[in-house]
Design a protein around this ligand. Structure first.
Ligand code: AMP
Length: 398
């Protein structure tokens, strides 16, 4: 896919104050970062800017403080960890209003190659409303804007889009470039057979993705909670499984669309069911697609695993988003594990679309066996759904 946005390598950053929007929205437990993938993903851009004598002003959101300071959502632990990772001091500008006296002073005191990190941009109520007042304040700190926050590229906020109104030089960093390359190549220029695997709770979150991917793939594999709406649409019984009644018609349309485009649409042949939604519930394997009264499907069954594994083994490009079952419960993690393992053993280009599937792949220890694990769940879904991402659209064209 032709990527037509300017990158940090297309501009001169030396001696310039560069505001970099990163995605430091990392999980925290008792003030400690429990998954550093997003920090690791941000390092290449930060290192390039340091090496090229820029004055690097980092910003990000963390969680949902909803427009007010929440100490537990301060970015201070990120500044500390980044200092260790970069082996140089990352000055934390602890302003509750983000662009306050600390930030301004820190910027004034910067020398070429220095790095500072602003406070959580969502401490400001204007941030998620993309209001000019805060965009202007952010822009006033710098001469250049770099967006490298793939995980929030699908949101038009002050720090992703608004700021580009006030900083005419706005380019992307290496992480966004890499994400678009892998996701874009997979969808637009795949080696075939191209297999997409979709799972997770709901069809309604993935309507565009299913529709768009049916125009690109050779095989679409469906699992997880969303498979029961498809199953019901085909006339099977689903017991108490998760079903979106208002999406049955859509599921039928997608089954027809797959037929008319000669796309193989694979749905579970059997399921692992139980009678209550509980981590210790007893798993029972069904003989067929049908699920009896009083039971709910929480994972794909062994016959289905075999079919999906052999399909994966024959693929040249695989994109996966969404678990095959309630993988958080050990008794119902088997299907998601089987997919992750089969992908890790495949020679295909293997792309994980972020979110829960990324968490599952890392949890099972297959992370380093995949071609690309996206840092953005929502953003990669919107991209796979064929949508343009506003945080990327707003950047300068080449
Ligand atoms: P999503 O965010 O749509 O990718 O959904 C991920 C969530 O879907 C995970 O928390 C899974 O536990 C849940 N999930 C997957 N399969 C099922 C199922 N059969 N029944 C209920 N929840 C499911």
């Amino acid at each position: 896919m032709a990527f037509n946005k300017k990158t940090i390598e297309d501009i001169d950053v030396s001696g310039k104050k560069v505001l970099v929007r990163c995605d430091f929205n990392v999980p925290l437990k008792d003030g400690h970062i429990t998954d550093e993938n997003r920090l690791i993903g941000a390092l290449p851009t930060i290192k390039y800017l340091i090496q090229n004598d820029a004055r690097v002003i980092l910003c990000s959101h963390l969680g949902k403080p909803k427009g007010e300071p929440k100490p537990e959502l301060s970015l201070e632990p990120v500044a500390e960890r980044l200092s260790e990772m970069l082996k140089r001091k990352v000055v934390f500008a602890a302003d509750d209003n983000v662009v306050g006296e600390n930030a301004k002073r820190a910027v004034r005191n910067m020398k070429d190659g220095d790095v500072i990190l602003l406070q959580n941009t969502r401490y400001r109520i204007e941030e998620t409303k993309n209001e000019d007042s805060f965009s202007k304040e952010l822009a006033s700190l710098a001469e250049i804007f770099v967006n490298d926050a793939f995980g929030t590229a699908h949101r038009a906020h002050c720090s992703t889009v608004g700021v580009t109104k006030f900083l005419s030089t706005a380019v992307c960093g290496y992480l966004i470039q890499k994400e678009i390359k892998f996701l874009g190549d997979a969808v637009e220029n795949p080696k075939r057979p191209f297999v997409a695997i979709l799972g997770g709770a709901k069809i309604s979150d993935k309507i565009n993705v299913i529709n768009n991917l049916l125009e690109k793939v050779d095989v679409l594999i469906i699992g997880g909670g969303m498979s029961y709406t498809f199953s019901k649409a085909q006339g099977h019984t689903v017991g108490n499984s998760m079903v979106e009644e208002d999406k049955i018609k859509y599921a039928k349309e997608m089954i027809d669309k797959a037929k008319s485009r000669n796309v193989k649409l694979l749905l579970p042949l059997d399921n692992v069911v139980t009678d209550k939604f509980d981590a210790n519930a007893k798993p029972i394997v069904t003989e067929t697609e049908d699920i009896g009264d009083g039971y709910m499907g929480l994972d794909i069954g062994p016959k289905t695993c075999k079919l999906y594994e052999s399909t994966i083994a024959g693929a040249k490009t695989i994109v996966w988003n969404g678990p095959m079952g309630v993988f958080e419960f050990k008794n119902f993690a088997g299907g998601t594990f089987a997919i992750a393992k089969a992908m890790s053993e495949s020679n295909a280009a293997t792309i994980i679309g972020g979110g829960d599937s990324a968490a599952a792949v890392n949890q099972f220890g297959f992370g380093n066996k995949m071609t690309h694990i996206s840092t953005g769940g929502g953003a990669s879904l919107e991209f796979l759904g064929g949508k343009k991402l506003p945080g990327i659209e707003a950047l300068n064209d080449k």
